[in-house]
Design a protein around this ligand. Structure first.
Ligand code: NAD
Length: 421
């Protein structure tokens, strides 16, 4: 399979929306590239006394609507183009969710599983030190992403506060609750996903009771999606998959059984009783994506729905919990098949929404109950979903293009009002 550059995907999606909007060319060109890109190389003392140089990125894609916001990945294969793509998606995401932020993203090229905890702390602190002049509660606000955790955020917040000589919880979100994190952040993305699925089912006049679901990816997002689909919507998750493979049960896979099994065996895929093992990462996930289910939820990585498998997808609704799971070619095929797609930057906007709530609480130094967080999240996601769905109906375009239209229009207006174009 040919390597797909996610930034090219972003640009192609944007071009399609720009055409549908008849977007002014100067705005279109401004949105095709990030405003600011930082590449930093910094030294870290390793446990054995040696010193190692690490490379870090921070991309501030567009800040017309507010300070830039987006996660930090620690990954050995991190590339500038991936960070740029994710920063662009963050820009559209905050705009569509109506959050007063721009979009950003960052990362450090490293292998977290080869670093000790103390080394992870030093990498985290050194990275923040290297970019400390470019971030801040009113400039650019990072958050956790792949292989970074609430502990990483706590170290980073502490380092930034020390450098600036202030107590600045609002510089970063996704912190532990004890140091300014928000209640309800843990499952916020998954909660947002299920709110959009609930709304889609309403619009399509479909019941979710016993609806069949396949979930690819069983991390932060996928596992909570499973739990909440079962608990809150009464749906039946019949297949789940991760890097170990995929499993299926016509009668539904119970969330608590998976959790118990994971505790006992570490991985769930091959060891669970009463389920069919669909195969390893390649075979199992291929079968999972092509299952005859009501709703397919890709919640793992980019580019899993491609022109090779899109025609085989049988689900009626695809809820893109992951970022960029569908290539532009696959998108065309899925739309032609009439599949209802909830596009990624709408579907998974719950995480950044609660991150925003965290920042608001940090600034006011006044903290909300979990119920209050969920209620506000539901309102934001429901409104964002309605904006996109209605726009798609009005314009006769697919949901992704409609989501771009909603967000690009807001960005364009802000850029005009600020006098940039
Ligand atoms: P995670 O690292 O916690 O989990 C990823 C899961 O995907 C794991 O179960 C892993 O085994 C599985 N996986 C990885 N490669 C796979 C492959 N080739 N085939 C099948 N499964 C594979 O990550 P996460 O935080 O759950 O994020 C998942 C997706 O959701 C990513 O695209 C991420 O960018 C997006 N997302 C996450 C959040 C958030 O709040 N965590 C917010 C918005 C978007």
């Amino acid at each position: 399979m040919k390597e797909m550059n996610p930034f090219k995907t972003v640009q192609r999606q944007l071009d399609k929306a720009a055409e549908a909007l008849d977007l002014e060319e100067s705005i279109h060109q401004a949105l095709r590239k990030p405003m600011r890109t930082f590449i930093v190389n910094f030294q870290v003392k390793m446990d054995d006394g040696s010193s190692k140089t690490f490379k870090g990125y921070r991309v501030q894609y567009n800040d017309a609507l507010g300070p830039t916001k987006g996660g930090l990945r620690f990954h050995p294969n991190e590339t500038l183009d991936t960070v740029k793509a994710l920063a662009a998606w963050m820009t559209w995401k905050t705009a569509v969710a109506d959050i007063p932020y721009g979009g950003g993203k960052g990362g450090v090229v490293c292998s977290p599983n080869q670093l000790s905890e103390r080394e992870m702390e030093r990498v985290s602190r050194s990275y923040i030190c290297a970019i400390s002049d470019y971030i801040g509660p009113d400039k650019d606000i990072p958050a956790p992403d792949v292989y970074t955790t609430s502990q990483t955020m706590a170290w980073m917040m502490d380092e930034f506060s020390k450098i600036k000589g202030v107590n600045a919880p609002g510089v970063i979100t996704g912190k532990p609750v004890e140091v300014g994190g928000s209640l309800g952040r843990g499952d916020a993305t998954a909660r947002g996903v299920i709110y959009t699925i609930r709304e889609a089912a309403n619009k399509l006049n479909r019941s979710l009771d016993q609806a069949t679901i396949a979930v690819q990816g069983y991390g932060n997002v996928g596992s909570y999606v499973h739990k909440l689909m079962e608990e809150q919507l009464g749906a039946k998750v019949v297949a789940i998959g991760d890097e170990e493979g995929a499993i299926y049960s016509e009668d539904g896979i119970c969330y608590s059984k998976v959790k118990d099994n994971m505790k006992a065996h570490g991985v769930f895929s091959k060891e669970m009783e009463g389920v069919e093992y669909l195969g390893d990462i390649e075979e199992g996930n291929k079968k999972l994506l092509e299952l005859d289910v009501d709703i397919l939820i890709p919640a793992a990585i980019e580019n899993v729905l491609t022109q090779e498998n899109a025609d085989e997808v049988k689900a009626d609704i695809i809820a893109e919990a992951a970022n960029g799971p569908t290539t532009p070619e696959a998108d065309d095929i899925l739309n032609q098949k009439g599949i209802y797609i909830i596009p990624d930057f709408l579907c998974n906007a719950g995480g950044v929404t609660v991150s925003y709530f965290e920042w608001v609480q940090n600034r006011n130094r006044y903290y909300w109950s979990e119920a209050e967080v969920y209620e506000r999240l539901d309102k934001k996601m429901t409104k964002a979903f309605a904006d996109v769905h209605n726009r798609a109906q009005e314009e006769g375009v697919d949901n992704r293009t409609a989501a771009y239209m909603v967000s690009i229009e807001k960005l364009a207006r802000a850029m005009e009002l600020r006098g940039w174009v």
